[in-house]
Design a protein around this ligand. Structure first.
Ligand code: F6P
Length: 345
């Protein structure tokens, strides 16, 4: 009998609990012990371990957030650091860890595995859907659904007031959420970092709509979009602040886009920033199914001792890739999706 640990790291998203449940139940089915590591990697340098039983994971499938808590703690950068983590893992007699996380959490997993032969497998989650090595990550579908519902609501008020409504969505440096929810919500303009439309072109399109009697418009902008001008020049990214390592926290481009649209078109314009509502709420059926399938796969990898891998989806099949491949690069939104959004606008 072995002892396996499960943790969730980085930003939360809907579907994490479904993954925790699947990992726990699969490992318990083979009579192993499972412990929950609280607050991401931090739980392995402190004293934050909770036993996970069938009862402990009962009823959590539809719940958003994570019953284990989460943090962005990185033992390679913060005290008490890697040696403390290795010592704690040994003291707890943990034979392997399933780390459910995005880029930051999985980079830690990769380094622990590569540099210290640490027994870890990953499960991909992030609403941003920007992890390499998998077609989709846990949380993306729910975030897109949340944004699409918001866009639907904004349509009716935009139409009533003849306004331009700018909706700022998350996604860090990619436009997956903006593209998917923009298409699903019927946005008139979708602004993403991968293929940034010039603001003048966006305004031309909005004016054309007005000329054809459609005197309201919905503009979806990804937080990572940089205000782009017809000349090709781009303004600096709009950031809220920087974390202690100097990484930018994006947010605020919606207002800059709205100001530019109002200035260039003279149409009354309002901004809605969806912010962390995109990370909250109950997971969609698709995210529950995805999280369950990926969680089961990660448990299988752990049972086989196939460390240094991440459960992944390719097409309709669940497979696995190396943590190295998963964390090597960001995966941009497909150009075909971005083009589709332009064609139907
Ligand atoms: O990576 C998920 C995400 O929600 C991004 O879309 C966003 O830029 C960031 O996290 C927000 O981080 P925080 O919760 O630390 O403000």
């Amino acid at each position: 009998m072995s002892i396996f640990g499960v943790l969730t790291g980085g930003g939360d998203c809907p579907g994490l609990n479904a993954a925790i449940r699947a990992v726990t139940r699969r490992l318990m089915a083979d009579d192993h012990d499972v412990v929950g590591i609280r607050n991401g990697w931090r739980g392995l340098v402190g004293d934050s371990i909770v036993p996970l039983t069938r009862g402990a994971v009962a009823g959590i499938l539809p719940r958003g957030g994570t019953i284990l808590g989460t943090s962005g703690y990185n033992p390679f950068r913060e005290e008490p650091g890697v040696q403390a983590l290795l010592a704690k893992t040994a003291a707890l007699k943990i034979d392997g860890v399933v780390a459910i996380g995005g880029e930051g959490t999985l980079i830690v997993a990769r380094r622990l595995h590569d540099e210290h032969a640490y027994p870890v497998v990953g499960v991909p989650k992030t609403i941003d859907n920007d992890l390499a090595g998998t077609d989709v990550t846990i949380g993306f579908d729910t975030a897109v659904q949340t944004c699409t519902e918001a866009i639907d609501r904004l349509h009716t008020t935009a139409e009533s007031h003849n306004r331009v409504m700018v909706v700022e969505v998350m996604g860090r440096n990619t436009g997956w959420i903006a593209t998917a929810s923009g298409i699903a919500g019927g946005a008139d303009v979708i602004l993403v970092p991968e293929a940034p439309t010039a603001i003048e072109e966006a305004c031309d399109h909005i004016r054309r709509r007005h000329d054809h009697g459609r005197d309201f418009s919905i503009v979806v902008v990804a937080e990572g979009y940089r205000l782009t001008h017809r000349s090709g020049e781009q303004d600096a990214p709009v950031i809220q602040d920087r974390d202690r390592y100097g990484y930018a926290r994006l947010g605020g481009i919606g207002q800059a886009v709205a100001d530019a649209i109002e200035r260039l078109t003279d149409f009354e314009t309002r901004v809605t920033v969806l912010g962390h509502t995109q990370r909250g709420g109950t997971p969609t059926a698709r995210d529950r199914l995805l999280a369950t399938r990926l969680g089961l796969k990660a448990a299988e990898l752990a049972l086989a001792g196939t460390w240094g891998r991440m459960a992944a989806v390719h097409g309709n099949e669940i497979s696995d890739v190396s943590l190295e491949e998963a964390t090597a690069s960001h995966r941009p939104a497909p150009s075909g999706w971005i083009e589709a959004g332009r064609i139907v606008a």
